[in-house]
Design a protein around this ligand. Sequence first.
Ligand SMILES: NC(=O)c1ccc[n+]([C@@H]2O[C@H](COP(=O)([O-])OP(=O)(O)OC[C@H]3O[C@@H](n4cnc5c(N)ncnc54)[C@H](O)[C@@H]3O)[C@@H](O)[C@H]2O)c1
Length: 359
Amino acid sequence: MDLQYKPAMPADKTKGIALIGAGEIVEACHLPAYRLAGFKVVGIYDQDSTRSERLAEQFEIGKTYRSLDELLSDPSVQVVDLAVPAKAQPALVKQASAAGKHLLCQKPLAETYEEALEIEAVCREAGIKAAVNQQMRWSPAIQASHTIIQRGWLGELLQATIAVNVRQDFANWSWLRETPTLEFMYHSIHYIDSIRYLFGDPECIFADGARFPGQSCAGETRTLLHMKLPGEARGLIQDNHNHIAGSDDWYATYRFEGTEGIVKGTNGSLYNYPIGREDTLSFFSKRIRSDYWFTPSLEGKWFPHAFMGTMGELMRAIEEDREPINSVKDNLKTLQIVFGAYRSISEDRPVYLAEFEGM
Ligand SMILES: NC(=O)c1ccc[n+]([C@@H]2O[C@H](COP(=O)([O-])OP(=O)(O)OC[C@H]3O[C@@H](n4cnc5c(N)ncnc54)[C@H](O)[C@@H]3O)[C@@H](O)[C@H]2O)c1
């Protein structure tokens, strides 16, 4: 039973990648994943050159650029991989797309919907391929669930539930601790994107966000998101980052249910982020056997293996001259849900995604 969950790779892995940003996520995930995939990283740039030099040495990257212009004028760079805080992203996208580089943007694409729309327009007008590093779609659990759903083994889709209850105080990211929009914007955005990928876009959402007494972060760290998905399907994301006991009680689970089957398991990366462990998955389908749960082992993890998926899909889209499935345009829908969640909290009401159309 091949669940075809490993990221598809481009035929040509020789396209030159240059990274902008040499922080935590690049060290923990981008570069390890590209090494696993065999992608060609030609250079790296960070406004703090000590960081780029350190990673260049650690990952044997040939060039450390002194400026953005130096990176953008390097003809061996075809793809620019952005890994900077969202505030810095719009300006970098404008410059890199004007230089004709294809782009893997970081998530969140932008901190306002207007900026995200502008990024989409800038990339479209520049005629480049632009994708977003919304990589949970390529985690083993979500890709395997996608295969199971596509094969019809769940029947009519009814319920998508992702539930997380862990301790993560965001101590490594001082800028994250200061942001007033934390959990939906920086974390549940992955679950939102994955549920969209599996179930389609919701018509309407209702959100709530809360804090933990005395927490060090400015933004919400406990959230609930209800989504009215197509037909009779509903989505629920519940996320708490303030678990008060030991990790043996933590959970990070998913469960996708339909009229004919159920797939369920754990998102391993959340148990000891960013090292994590393998995802788990089990499923049953009346269309195969109604008395048996299949429990295949999944190789690889959300972090870093899924990062091969986002970059691999962008490279495949360049090769095949089509839009990547994680395109900036597609990501606007994920962001409608994120910004809709904040609107829902502040106005204490359900928000229809149609409210964002025509903006
Ligand atoms: N895709 C994911 O799952 C995932 C996971 C974690 C973080 N992220 C995102 O990645 C981004 C970076 O996160 P991080 O954890 O590596 O943060 P970090 O603070 O460790 O690193 C950010 C780096 O960007 C550099 N930088 C900032 N502005 C720059 C600019 N204009 N030009 C060049 N360099 C610049 C900083 O000097 C720093 O080295 C954030 O947007 C974060 O949301 C994504």
